[in-house]
Design a protein. Structure first.
Length: 105
């Protein structure tokens, strides 16, 4: 069974903002960022448990952290029986843990 993707609404917004930021710096770089995100999502679909658990995470659900190509971003997500839920498209060096309020606990 193929896992479906869901995204927290705030994650969708931050993805768009990051792509616009990259495109402002260099035209076309935003598209490259989206391509790297698509590759990370494909890896999650193919191997959902291959990404490491987010450093120091011991709560439920288990949050995993997938690298995004050459960009300093990580896709933070957790798995359910039928889908994976993206909590954040998080920059690796900015505001650690800002996304934790997005979990439905």
């Amino acid at each position: 069974m193929r896992l479906e993707k869901r995204e927290h609404p705030e994650a969708r917004d931050e993805l768009r903002e990051a792509a616009f930021w990259y495109d402002d710096r260099e035209p076309g770089l935003g598209d490259s960022f989206y391509d790297a995100i698509d590759d990370a999502i494909a890896r999650i679909r193919d191997w959902p448990r291959s990404a490491p658990v987010f450093a120091g995470w011991a709560d439920t659900p288990t949050v995993r952290s997938m690298a995004v190509g050459v960009f300093p971003y990580r896709l933070l997500y957790y798995l359910t029986e039928s889908d994976f839920v993206i909590l954040a498209y998080a920059h690796e060096r900015r505001k650690p843990g800002y996304w934790q309020h997005r979990l439905d606990r």
